[in-house]
Write a protein that binds this ligand. Structure first.
Ligand code: NAD
Length: 322
């Protein structure tokens, strides 16, 4: 049965890929984004589809969001909201904690208010591996107590808590997806994106924060979208929460930098900094478990290294046209 979806953060990196996938399976989609980080260009394909409508609006403008949802509900009621609007720039939230309070937490709080008023019964939420902070063991869904080390992670964890309370009060079903570093075309941020733009400015040298030893699993956006749709179609619980990612291997920042240089500007020198943390709030190494997702029957197609290679190619082509 097709769904009527509200997607916040629709013009962003992941949001725009999600919108395309929902439309491809026959859903009707209303996208909202304040275009702070997202772009209309990301929605170029979706805007040509009669089952898609886009509103440039701030999720924290509750009267406006209420008005949009009410108007768009006239033909048929929303069955689900996908909440992806957030501050995705973790570093910006380290310098100014208001950024994550407003765009990462209050967007969740305010969306929940509108969902209650407009009777949208189900919510799918983009959470993050950053809620786990630095754990001695594996990042498993049942790990705790959790002590995030960035405002971003803290406000995502607070959002999960607010959603859990809303489930008790009025929501029918919730999916919480905690994913790690997602990469791919249409990126609006992230290490690959930064490296590509740095090399565009100076094709002879690439400066890297940290000593390059930071290792993380990188996950391709195509796999992520497939996993989220798989999970929402296969789960019966009222509260569902899953890590989504690749557990097969991790990629170091050094490998990332080398892959970008090789594809974009062969011969450029790479200048590394010191320390194994890129910035305050960055979790340098982690052991991320996707056992729960595997048990549900889903496996990622790409390893971390394959996801990086594919994304480097997609982003370099988008940014440089080559
Ligand atoms: N990319 C990753 O590696 C990653 C990892 C874990 C979780 N996530 C989460 O996934 C979601 C999507 O991330 P992304 O990588 O596509 O980032 P993104 O910045 O490309 O997308 C977020 C979108 O939300 C919009 N937005 C922000 N605040 C808003 C507001 N107040 N009102 C309306 N729109 C607003 C931005 O303009 C942007 O288009 C976010 O919630 C992010 O926290 C991303």
């Amino acid at each position: 049965m097709s769904e009527k979806c509200l997607v916040t953060g629709a013009a962003g990196f992941i949001g725009s890929h999600l919108v395309d996938a929902l439309l491809a399976r026959g859903d009707s989609v209303v996208g909202v984004d304040n275009l702070k980080l997202g772009t209309r260009k990301n929605l170029a394909v979706a805007l040509g589809n009669s089952r898609f409508t886009f509103h440039e609006a701030d999720v924290n403008d509750v009267p406006r969001l209420n008005e949009i949802v009410e108007k768009e509900s006239a033909s048929s009621r929303f069955t689900v909201a996908w909440h992806l609007a957030a501050n995705s720039d973790i570093r910006a939230g380290v310098t100014d904690s208001d950024v994550d309070l407003r765009d990462t937490f209050l967007t969740t709080h305010n969306l929940l208010k509108v969902m209650r008023e407009q009777k949208i019964p189900r919510l799918a939420f983009a959470s993050t591996s950053a809620i786990y902070g630095v754990l001695p063991g594996a990042m498993r869904e049942d790990a705790g107590p959790l002590h995030p080390i960035s405002n971003y992670g803290a406000m995502k964890l607070a959002s999960e808590a607010a959603i859990s309370a809303a489930l008790e009060a009025f929501l029918e079903r919730v999916w919480i997806f905690r994913f790690p570093n997602v990469v791919g075309g249409r990126a609006t941020h992230g290490a690959i994106y930064d490296f590509v733009h740095k090399l565009l400015k100076n094709p002879a040298e690439l400066e890297v924060l940290g000593d390059g030893s930071q290792e993380k699993p990188y996950f391709h956006v195509a796999d992520l979208i497939e996993a989220m749709l798989f999970i929402t179609g296969r789960t019966e619980e009222r509260l569902n929460f899953f890590n989504i990612g690749t557990a097969d291997n991790v990629t170091s920042v050094r490998q990332l930098a080398e892959a970008v240089v090789k594809r974009q500007s062969p011969g450029a020198t790479i200048q590394y900094g010191t320390g194994n943390k890129g910035w305050v709030g960055d979790v340098p190494k982690f052991n991320y478990s996707i056992e729960k997702l595997k048990k549900l029957g889903w496996k990622p197609r790409l390893t971390s290294n394959q996801a990086v290679d594919r994304s480097v190619d997609e982003i370099v082509r988008e940014v440089t046209g080559r």
